[in-house]
Design a protein. Sequence first.
Length: 381
Amino acid sequence: MSLFTHRAYWRWSAGVQFARLPATMAPLAFTLLTTATTGSYRLGGVLMSVFVVAEMAGAVPVGRLLDRVGPARGLPALLLVTAVGFVVLAVAAANRAPNAVLLALVLLPGVFAGALSGGFRTLLADTVDDALLPRAISVDAMILEGVLIGGPALVALLDLAGTFVPVAAMAVACVAAAVLVPRRAAEPDRAESGDDVPAARLITYLPWLACAFTVGLLLSTIEVAPLPLVQRLGAPATAAPVVIAVLSGASIAGSALYAWRGKTGDPRLFLGGFVAGGLVLAADLGWPGLLASVAVIGGCTGPLVAATSVNLQRLLPKNRRSAGFSLSFTVQACGFGLGSLAVGVLPLWLAPVFGAFAAAIAGGMLVVKPARAIGTVSVTS
């Protein structure tokens, strides 16, 4: 079956995009909410930080809960609880609740939202077969670029209708995602031996977790620093969006090419692109070097994410996929956070080197054990 006529996939895709939308809306929505109700935009930033920390803390334990009950059964409940959390937060802000109360209330949607991506990714394995999986993940990565851009734009538009409308829309998006969760999915398998995955198997996950970490680390270096990157070249601040446009365009193009090929590919090739792009970015070779390096990194991002996801699925036991994918997304988020920190505390030229070094380490881990890490889990079509 062609992916573009695969009705179950497009239902899954609509559900996961609605589930992702609140996270892309939250930074601006929280800032506008607290600015209007307390006069402090800084509180919005703190709320977002607490929300992200709660997501990371809840990702694996809530993911394990999803594995126990089955993501098709558990995701609607998690999404509805998350929606209630956003509504309660908006009501509390409207009633001028103390800052400490708002910080406590944002924990509820944060903890339960952390496992949503892992749960939806687990359902994808039951939605499409192995031959379509690389293409399905690549198409999803292309759509995700639109969600990342559309989330803040939607907040800005909805804010014209009222201060609390964007947060209410985040709750509505969660409800819509709950309705779209695929109902037909395999029942959760019994654990093979106890609750924990054997330590020996955890070692085989490390190269793929390193790949996820590298994606977050190097991408954040670019996404957080477009302004200093163009100012280093003597360009005005208005040139900064060009960097993000090239990065997003290259990412979409790379994912499109990867989807067209429909094969998993060798992730070491994409990691090599990350290393080369990071070093050229650090070298400060003018506009050609900046745009070329950003384009290479963007073009390798979608394929690397897809290859990592496919290989992780083949390694993870079926009864641990939600927790495993949630851990992968959490590790990627940690990389994004450290990349942002690196831009803030390191010289501008050194931050990309940090990301290139991480990519080299991940590639080295795949070279050391290629049979276990790549050869047994590659997908052909």
